[in-house]
Design a protein around this ligand. Sequence first.
Ligand code: CMP
Length: 145
Amino acid sequence: MERTLIIIKPDGVRRKLVDKIVQRYERAGLKVITLKKMKATPQLLKKHYSAHVGKEFYKALEKFMSSEVVAFVLEGNNAVKQARAITGATDPSKAERGTVRGDFGIDSAEKADKEKRAIENLVHASGTKEEAEKEIGLWFPGLKK
Ligand code: CMP
């Protein structure tokens, strides 16, 4: 069994999409093993987004991600790959229909870049098994392996 981390970002929480989004993953057979609503500290975000610290959009990304989010761990066969497929492409305006970002997303990378802010794309999903392990450790440090 594999695990992955999903974070419903502040735009998803504000738009009251938490239940609908969680159901998208559950209906594919992935199981929520823990879930919490929380506010991330700048330190946690720097660790989580270590690959993006220093990029042009990082400051805006940190600011955006500092409001309330819902983080959860999913478990199931091929959880990382499955969850990424359900999530859809980073830019919601290009994400396929049937994906979380394609169906619920209202932002675009072009608009976000023009307005010098982070792309509001509703969810984060770990990219690889290694990232998932690292990210689960950061967001759920007490979780048994
Ligand atoms: P996420 O999957 O959480 O990983 C990094 C996040 O940075 C991404 O989703 C977007 O919210 C944001 N992001 C990525 N690329 C850009 C960009 N070019 N401009 C603004 N925000 C971005």
